[in-house]
Write a protein that binds this ligand. Structure first.
Ligand code: 6PG
Length: 261
């Protein structure tokens, strides 16, 4: 597997376990692909399967592409990989705004993952129906015992320039959701697309064994600063796994918002 650029020192403070800065998005994707394969093989060895909730948006596209290349494609057993989504737009799967659609064309068409392992949110259905249906998919797959929550091996997340993550937006009541695992979110103000969303809630995200943020571009630096320097409670900053590991992978442009050492 390719070497992926330099790692920054950890930034002190709070629940963030690991913050890494890389020269550019390509290096971020490369490091994320290395970690994806490592975590997958660890989970498959320990539990016989790897469950991952994929991030939407454009940043992870390069990661999804890298996983289809010969450096990575054959490094894991895709038959033991189970894909979910952190969030989805309330659109059909073939719509240009579909997060499932991004993964389908960047990854699913190139790796031997059984269709039954792909658990997409039914964005084509009415929001409440789709949220309930996805809860049922999670319940069937994880059959949560102890904490009563689905426990993903990995949740991949991006962050908007406003500090949103998945489809958890600033000042939205869904940030306080403590019971439901999946909720529908009316989204009527920027950033686009201004469509209803479906999203995993913070209790589910924070139950994960590993959460990795992929954040690149100077447009994200201000939100990074607001979270890590000013300590604002933006949605992305509210992701603090209870037991799991929290990793931020940034390019230098986004990392410009980190506090000076
Ligand atoms: C979505 C995503 C969202 C995304 C951020 C960053 O459905 O829009 O889940 O949370 O990760 O908006 O998007 P970019 O990677 O395109 O900047």
């Amino acid at each position: 597997m390719a070497g992926c650029g330099e790692l920054a020192a950890n930034v002190p403070g709070g629940a963030v376990n690991e913050i890494y800065s890389y020269p550019d998005n390509q290096n971020v994707a490369c490091a994320a692909a290395d970690e994806f394969v490592r975590l997958a093989n660890e989970a498959i060895a320990d539990r016989g399967r790897f469950s991952v909730a994929l991030a939407g948006g454009s940043t992870p596209k390069e990661l999804y592409h890298l996983l289809t290349t010969e450096d990575y494609r054959d490094e894991l057993d895709w038959a033991q990989v189970y894909l979910f989504w952190s969030d989805e737009r309330n659109v059909p799967p073939d719509h240009h705004d579909s997060n499932y659609g991004i993964v389908r064309y960047a990854l699913l068409e190139y790796v031997a993952i059984p269709e039954a392992n792909v658990h997409r949110m039914r964005g084509e259905n009415a929001p409440l129906e789709a949220a309930t249906e996805y809860h049922d998919q999670l319940d069937r797959f994880f059959q949560p015992a102890q904490a009563g929550l689905p426990i993903f091996d990995l949740v991949l997340l991006g962050m908007g320039s406003d500090g949103h993550t998945a489809s958890l937006f600033p000042d939205d009541p869904t940030l306080q959701e403590a019971q439901r695992w999946v909720v529908a979110v009316e989204h009527t103000r920027p950033p686009p697309p201004l469509v209803t969303r479906l999203t995993l809630t913070l209790p589910v995200i924070n139950a994960a064994r590993n959460v990795i943020f992929l954040v690149t571009g100077e447009s994200k630096a201000e939100a990074v600063r607001r979270i890590f320097d000013s300590g604002e409670r933006l949605p992305a900053g509210m992701v603090r796994p209870e037991q799991g590991r929290l990793v931020w992978m940034l390019d230098e442009a986004a990392a410009a918002g980190l506090p000076a050492d």
